[in-house]
Ligand binder design. Structure first.
Ligand code: ADP
Length: 747
């Protein structure tokens, strides 16, 4: 069965062959005799493998050179760690070579690569570039800026057509975060690679071997020849050999991309492969001298030490930005006195908080969206689902369609979801949506090409790996970071604190209001009671003046005195109303079962003369219920409302309708809502509150039969003392309906 794990199983560290741009020798210690040799020695060294196998090192090197090599062997810890010994001319004459030595599983491995004469000027230039790059990288403040500095420097050092920094994600896939390239090659910036592009064991090798050069993908592998069957039995472990042959899958992969030469430099953080500096050349092979490779390797080591810093700086900057937006949001919510408005209506708003494609706030059946989100109806369904499923207060996924299939048609915009529940009792949620990860790269080659199996093996071609990856990234968004989850939790906490604070404040204000109401009631009582007496005196004395001295006054004097009498009379009416109002506020209610039909009949009976006089049609729509209330007060409510319905009516055929409906109370139970409706003059919307204020009249003092403007204030007081509410609906010139309840306890 051909599958991708083949790539993970391919033994790439023991290929049995090398690349042809150098010679590899394997030696035993301490005698330093040659036990394996690459088959290309004749071409490169002028000596056939048969001349070398079984020979001591002296066959190639002078005694001085051997002494230098031995010095390196003893003084350097070369187990799994290469050392570049010398640039030397073999046997003291001819072509100079770079000699790279390392020890692997007890065998000494020497690699020889033809080199240019050592060049002091180049070495100095390279040293300066590395030093400047390390300093420039230090100054950067974000990972991307850091990576950009690196690719610019590495391209300057090596001259590759394209140099990228490729960063691994948590799922093993990678993304190109920086690129420096020649104009002739395609841009790969921001493209993503599947995890399978770099199989597990290749990653392990990158971790151990920081620089890997493939000068020419079209090379012919060179076999390793062993001294005898004994030495041929165990394949040579070439994990650390620079010349190690490349996996045919990787070669095909590079060819598919049109790459002729490649190099990678590992970037390591906390002993994990964090990323790679990947270099590509499309125009011919690249033979980089060892010095440059060593400089790249050194650079890789130096900058790897800085990665943690850059990530921390970037993280801190993001965290700070999140905190700033959070405080602005809290302020907006506080001023707007509404969570939903505060989060969505001002700048900055919730879309400036955690990075996402779209966000939604769902509160008490209302839902506001910002940015790109699924349709509201679907969001509300999603919220219902979350409310059933969510255990914790927070839920985050980067593969929403796999847990919530109804979202699938919208996966391009909502593959990722971060949801925060505000309270368990109600489905109030903050939601962030992230789009599906964009995959545009045809990384593994022509997608129209069928999957290929590498000839003679069951290994897969890279085409397949791309296809498989595409399936795994479909329906997937970028992941949510820990700091984002923490920020979402913090925002939730802040909202809850704010709401609790507002509730506290409201409770405090209510308490204050109740206290001042009580005070006002007693003040009104005392004031009106005590004012009445001198007022009575004023009234009487004015009256006496008219009676006893009327004849001595002229007409104007008499008129003024009469006005005085009228005014004192009016003032007395006002004081009586105030007194009555304060009594309603202070007196205990006597709650008994009240048959509203009987009470209403009493009221209508009292009003009978006026009703008849005005020819009013009264309709009681259905038999009224019996409720728990204070009967005298109930009568007062109906009397006042019916009197007003009569008073503020200019129609020739006046109609008054009385009835009730059952409505839902705040706690979900049902309660009676009574109404008194008329076809009178109506009340403009802007007066719907003011009419309940004491002594507030909308008309001239004597218009519509006059009045002191206390009736509705007293009605409201009575209703509120019963635990009920009063409200109205009205149309100017068409009529008004006053609705009222006597509290939930009336059923
Ligand atoms: P008053 O009737 O003594 O003026 P109220 O407190 O009963 O005092 O009413 C306050 C004001 O509300 C009235 O002046 C009137 O303008 C308005 N009002 C009350 N009931 C009605 C009604 N049914 N239709 C139109 N206006 C009304």
């Amino acid at each position: 069965m051909v599958d991708l794990t083949n790539c993970d199983r391919e033994p790439i560290h023991i290929p049995g062959t090398i690349q042809p741009h150098g010679v590899l020798l394997a030696l035993t210690e301490p005698d330093l005799s040659i036990i394996q040799v690459s088959a290309n020695t004749t071409t490169l060294l002028g000596l056939s493998p048969q001349h070398l196998l079984g020979q001591p090192l002296g066959v190639l090197f002078t005694p001085e050179q051997i002494a230098l090599i031995q010095e390196g062997l003893s003084s350097t810890q070369i187990e799994e760690q290469k050392f570049h010994n010398l640039t030397l001319a073999l046997g003291g004459s001819g072509q100079p070579f770079d000699l790279i030595v390392h020890r692997m599983a007890g065998t000494l491995i020497l690699e020889l690569e033809a080199s240019a004469q050592s060049d002091q000027a180049l070495a100095l230039r390279v040293y300066r570039m590395v030093k400047q790059t390390v300093i420039a990288c230090q100054r950067t403040t974000s990972v991307r800026e850091f990576a950009q500095t690196l690719v610019t420097a590495v391209r300057g050092l090596t001259g590759f057509d394209r140099v990228m920094v490729y960063q691994f994600q948590a799922d093993g896939s990678g993304v190109v975060i920086a690129e420096e390239k020649s104009e002739t090659v395609e841009a790969f910036l921001d493209l993503r690679y599947p995890a399978s592009d770099i199989p597990r064991q290749a990653r392990e090798l990158y971790l151990r071997n920081w620089v890997r050069l493939i000068p020419d993908v079209n090379y012919q592998p060179v076999a390793l020849l062993a001294l005898d069957a004994d030495h041929a039995r165990e394949p040579l472990d070439l994990s650390f050999a620079s010349l190690r042959s490349v996996s045919p899958i990787h070669i095909e992969y590079l060819k598919n991309m049109g790459v002729h030469a490649s190099m990678s430099i590992s970037l390591v953080r906390h002993n994990q492969l964090w990323g790679l500096i990947a270099c590509h050349h499309e125009h011919g092979p690249v033979y980089l001298p060892y010095d440059i490779r060593a400089a790249c390797e050194f650079l890789g080591h130096m900058v790897s030490l800085q990665i943690g810093d850059k990530e921390a700086t970037e993280d801190t900057a993001y965290r700070l930005a999140l905190q700033e937006v959070q405080s602005a949001l809290v302020q907006h919510m506080s001023v707007a006195n509404d969570v939903l408005d505060g989060l969505t209506r001002f700048q900055p708003n919730l879309s400036d908080f955690i990075t996402a494609g779209g966000t939604a706030v769902c509160m008490d059946g209302r839902c506001v969206t910002l940015g790109t989100t699924p349709p509201q109806a679907l969001i509300l369904q999603l919220v219902d689902w979350l409310h059933q499923e969510m255990e914790d207060t927070i839920f985050a996924t980067n593969a929403l369609p796999s847990v919530y299939p109804p979202i699938t048609p919208f996966m391009t915009i909502a593959s990722g979801l971060l949801a925060v529940r505000l309270v368990r009792a109600r489905p109030n949620y903050l939601l962030w949506f992230r789009p599906e990860v964009v995959q545009t790269v045809n990384w593994g080659g022509n997608p129209a090409k069928p999957v290929e199996v590498v000839a003679g093996s069951d290994l897969l071609s890279p085409r397949k790996s791309f296809e498989v990856w595409k399936q795994t990234v479909t329906n997937t968004s970028l992941p949510w970071h820990d700091c984002e989850l923490a920020a979402a939790r913090d925002l939730r906490r802040a909202i809850i604190d704010l709401v609790l604070y507002k509730v506290d404040e409201l409770a405090r204000l209510n308490e204050e209001l109740t206290r001042s109401n009580v005070e006002l009631d007693s003040f009104a009582y005392v004031a009106s009671h005590d004012l009445k007496e001198p007022l009575r005196g004023l009234h009487n004395y004015a009256h006496f003046l008219i009676e006893d001295y009327g004849e001595q006054l002229d007409a104007s004097g008499t008129e003024k005195l009469e006005t005085l009498v009228r005014l004192t009379q009016r003032m007395e009416n006002l004081i009586d109303s105030l007194l009555h109002y304060s009594r309603v506020g202070r007196a205990e209610l006597t709650r008994v079962a009240v048959d509203l039909n009987a009470e209403l009949a009493d009221v209508l009976h009292l009003l009978e003369p006026r009703l008849r006089e005005d020819g009013v049609a009264i309709r009681v729509t259905r038999t009224l219920p019996t409720i728990q209330a204070d009967p005298a007060r109930v009568r007062e409510v109906f009397a006042n409302l019916i009197a007003n319905a009569l008073k503020y009516n200019d129609k020739s055929q006046k109609l008054i309708e009385i009835g009730y409906d059952l409505i839902a109370a705040g706690d979900g139970s049902k309660t009676f809502a009574f109404y008194v409706s008329d076809n009178g003059i109506g009340i403009a919307e802007e007066h719907h509150d003011t009419i309940f204020r004491i002594f507030k009249r909308l008309h001239g003092r004597d218009a519509y039969g006059g009045g002191v403007g206390a009736g509705l204030t007293i009605v409201k007081k009575i209703i509120e003392r019963h635990g009920g509410t009063i409200w109205l609906t009205s149309q100017l010139n068409q009529g008004t309906t006053f609705w009222f309840t006597f509290g939930a306890s009336t059923l």
